[in-house]
Every structure is written in structure tokens, then in C-alpha cells.
Design a protein around this ligand. Structure first.
Ligand SMILES: Cc1cc2nc3c(=O)[nH]c(=O)nc-3n(C[C@H](O)[C@H](O)[C@H](O)COP(=O)(O)OP(=O)(O)OC[C@H]3O[C@@H](n4cnc5c(N)ncnc54)[C@H](O)[C@@H]3O)c2cc1C
Length: 408
């Protein structure tokens, strides 16, 4: 029994992850493996599997390869460039990519902005923005949170004042993921200060090259630059960049955030963390012992496995719901997925012990055998993943949403 659990078969090739023995699906899995083998350099895949980051150029090269193949946006409707895959195929695709160390895609354009524009953008906006998201020409960031407006986002103060031909934006946004790489920003700004605070918020597509935008880095606990604070000083946005009606961003926002929550729950990422845990647990130490021989560690691995299986099964059910926008399932997945990611990194760190402590920024970007042996990125990963229960809406707030929608 234990052999089956820790040799990696149960979850990676077993009943839950591999939900169908259908011949076509097996062939599709093989095609995905070949594709990743052809387009993701081995050293990059090794680095991703060890929790190390990819550069912007590496991420964009992978994005373009998926675009050329027609596999870039499985979640979009076919008419807009989606794949039209059924749920089993999407699941097989995402699981294979995670297991093979394919780099994660730069998320905002594909996961949040695209679906928003498909649902609420006008035809001109769809024509202008969607193809450039698909082919990787434009990277987007999401300018929602402000100092003082996170969980209570409706309190946001960034102003959009109507002027001839458009709006002028003044204010600040914080925690803006990958803004320093971005060409465009999906921005929330207040167009009306009267009445209910939710009713005065509008959504804009903002060109990041506009005069008056200042981007300042925020370095996270792992030492990397992913986050930023943005300052808008009298930034002009043409009126054609308003998405939906003026003052109607709140309804758009509710649908947008559901997609992001499902993204961050990532069962695929949990599977790769599990594989890292099994790998370090089976290494032989200086005394010739392997951590996996400890029955208390095995118990903890099994408990995480049970949670992973539950996450995978729930994700499969949820992916099948046609409109997930305001459903509590998105919140449930977000809580369970992010807690599991955090617990895997904690246990990997415990198993590695003091070997997990050194932090080496150069080795973070290197995948040589020597640097991989010298440096396992688990401590930076553990530190960075403290954010998982905060971003995309804190887990406390998700529990509130579930309580209100299911228990009341
Ligand atoms: C790594 C990372 C990336 C991010 N990326 C982006 C991005 O790209 N774009 C963007 O716009 N934002 C982004 N965010 C911001 C994120 O959405 C907010 O941090 C989050 O919504 C929490 O808001 P806050 O930080 O203001 O905390 P607060 O809302 O001040 O919360 C502080 C604490 O109070 C608790 N709390 C607050 N309200 C309640 C309540 N009603 N019930 C119970 N507990 C409550 C919270 O759970 C939390 O523990 C990112 C954040 C992080 C950490």
C-alpha cells in the first residue's frame, strides 16, 4: 500500500488525475508530452519543477508555442480562440503540463482580462485586445487593490474624472502583479462619489505607456520582484477604453474574480509539490537513512494525499459548471488549494531541515545539476506562498462568502 502511495502512481496516473482510460485521451496525453518535450528546454523544465522562476522571455516563448499550436486558451469560447475541449481533455492537458514542468503562463490576460472582454467588451475592444492577448503581443496586469481597499474593494479611491474625449486618472494601485512587464492594465477607478460606493466604480483598459504612470517595485519575502505599486498622475484614457457601462464595474468584477480564484487553487501545482515532497523524502541522508522510513512522515504524506484527491475531485466537478461567476465553489477551491500548497511547502522544508535554509538568488535562475544539488528553492517558495491565502481575496473573506451563500 505505501509503495503505491509514495512511488507517485496513485495521483499521477491513478483514478482521479487520469479520469478516463479512453484511447483518444491517452493519445492526446502523449501528444502533449511530445509537444512539451519539443518546446520546453529540459533545463527550464527542471527549474520549474524545483520551484524556481522562469524569465519573461522564457514565459513568452512558451506562450507563443502554445498559441501557434492553438492551445493557448482552453477556457475561452471557440469563437474567440478557445480549444473547445471537453472537461476530460482540459484536465488531461493541465495535469500533463504541471507534471512535465511546463512554465506557468502569465495569467492576467488569459484568465481574467480575456473572459471579461468576451463577456462585457464591445466588438471594437474585442477586436483590438483579444488577438494580442492570444498571440502574446500584450501582457496585462490587474489594477484593482489600493492601500486601504483590498477585501473592501468598493472603498477604492482612485478617481477617473470625465474630460473631453475621455477620462483623467489620479490615484494609486498596490500589489499589482507583473505590472513592470505589462503593456496594458485592467483598471478600476471611481467615476462617481455619490450614492452606494459599489455603484460609482468603472473599468478601463489603460495603456501602460501612457504619460503619468509610475511603477515602483515591491520585493516579496522570497527576494523576487513580482509585485508593484502604481501611481497615476493625471493619466489620460480615451473614452473608447471604458469597458461596459460607466459605474457598472462591480458586476463585471464579480465574474472576473471567480476565474482568478479557480486559477490560484491549482491542483496541478499541488501535484508538482507532492512530487517534490516524495523526492526529498526518498533521498538517502549521510547516515544511510531515508526520511520516508519514518512512519509519522508517511502518515502526514497520506493526509496531504487525501486532501489532494479531494481538491482534484472538487475541481473536476466545478470546472463542469457553465457559469461559475458568483458560485461559492470558487471560494471553496481557493481555500482548499492554497492551504494545500502552503502545507506541502511546509512539510518539504521540514523534511529538508537545515538544507532548506540557504537562499541563493543566482541559483534561483540556474538549473545546472550543481546548483540544483546545492540549492532547493523550497524556502523561497514557502515564503512566497504565504501570499496564497491573501491574493485573489483572502481566505477569511472566502469563508464569509461560503457562509453567506450556503449557510444562510
Ligand atoms: C502576492 C499578491 C498578489 C496580488 N496581486 C494583485 C493584483 O495583481 N492586482 C490587484 O488588484 N491586487 C492584487 N493583490 C491584492 C489582494 O487582492 C489583496 O491583498 C487582498 O484582497 C487583501 O486585501 P488587503 O491586502 O488590503 O488586506 P485587508 O483587506 O486589509 O485584510 C487584512 C486582514 O483582515 C481580514 N479581513 C478583512 N475583511 C474581513 C472580513 N470582512 N471578514 C473577515 N476577515 C476580514 C483579511 O482576511 C486579512 O487577514 C495581490 C496580493 C498579493 C499578496
Amino acid at each position: 500500500m505505501m509503495g503505491a502511495l509514495y512511488d507517485g502512481q496513485v495521483l499521477e496516473g491513478g483514478a482521479v488525475a487520469d479520469i478516463s482510460s479512453d484511447q483518444d485521451l491517452q493519445e492526446f496525453r502523449s501528444e502533449v508530452r511530445r509537444f512539451v518535450g519539443d518546446h520546453v528546454p529540459e533545463a527550464l523544465a527542471r527549474r520549474i519543477l524545483l520551484g524556481k522562476p522562469a524569465s519573461k522571455d522564457e514565459l513568452l516563448a512558451w506562450h507563443r508555442a502554445l498559441f501557434e499550436k492553438g492551445w493557448i486558451a482552453p477556457g475561452w469560447p471557440v469563437a474567440f480562440g478557445g480549444t473547445g475541449w471537453d472537461i476530460s481533455t482540459r484536465w488531461a492537458f493541465e495535469t500533463e503540463l504541471a507534471l512535465l514542468g511546463a512554465p506557468p503562463l502569465i495569467p492576467m490576460g488569459l484568465i481574467t482580462v480575456g473572459p471579461v472582454l468576451i463577456a462585457y467588451g464591445n466588438e471594437a475592444q474585442q477586436r483590438q485586445y483579444l488577438p494580442r492577448i492570444l498571440d502574446g503581443s500584450d501582457i496585462w496586469c490587474q489594477g484593482f487593490s489600493e492601500p486601504g481597499a483590498g477585501s473592501d474593494l468598493a472603498s477604492l479611491k482612485c478617481r477617473a474624472t470625465r474630460v473631453d474625449g475621455g477620462y483623467r486618472i489620479d490615484g494609486t494601485k498596490i500589489w499589482t502583479t507583473q505590472a513592470h512587464w505589462s503593456d496594458k492594465c485592467l483598471l478600476l477607478a471611481r467615476t462617481d462619489v455619490r450614492g452606494k460606493k459599489q455603484d460609482g466604480i468603472s473599468m478601463f483598459a489603460v495603456d501602460m505607456a501612457s504619460p503619468g504612470i509610475d511603477i515602483r517595485p515591491i520585493i516579496t519575502l522570497d527576494g523576487l520582484h513580482v509585485l508593484n505599486q502604481l501611481f497615476f498622475d493625471d493619466v489620460f484614457v480615451p473614452e473608447g477604453n471604458l469597458i461596459g457601462e460607466e459605474g457598472c464595474a462591480w458586476d463585471i468584477l464579480k465574474s472576473n474574480i471567480g476565474h482568478e480564484r479557480i486559477l490560484v487553487s491549482s491542483p496541478g501545482f499541488a501535484v508538482t509539490l507532492r512530487r517534490r515532497l516524495l523526492d526529498v523524502a526518498q533521498r538517502t541522508d549521510r547516515d544511510g537513512r531515508r526520511p520516508i522510513e519514518n512512519s509519522r512522515l508517511r502518515d502526514r504524506i497520506v493526509l496531504l494525499d487525501v486532501r489532494l484527491q479531494a481538491l482534484q475531485a472538487t475541481a473536476l466537478r466545478v470546472l463542469d459548471i457553465p457559469d461559475l461567476t458568483v458560485r461559492p465553489e470558487a471560494s471553496l477551491l481557493k481555500i482548499r488549494g492554497t492551504e494545500l500548497h502552503q502545507d506541502y511547502t511546509r512539510l518539504i522544508g521540514e523534511v529538508l531541515g537545515t538544507a532548506s535554509l540557504p537562499y541563493d538568488l543566482e541559483a534561483m535562475y540556474s538549473a545546472t545539476d550543481e546548483s540544483n544539488a546545492r540549492f532547493d528553492a523550497i524556502t523561497p517558495n514557502y515564503l512566497f506562498l504565504r501570499k496564497a491565502s491573501i491574493s485573489a481575496g483572502t481566505n477569511e473573506v472566502q469563508r464569509d462568502i461560503i457562509a453567506k451563500s450556503v449557510l444562510s
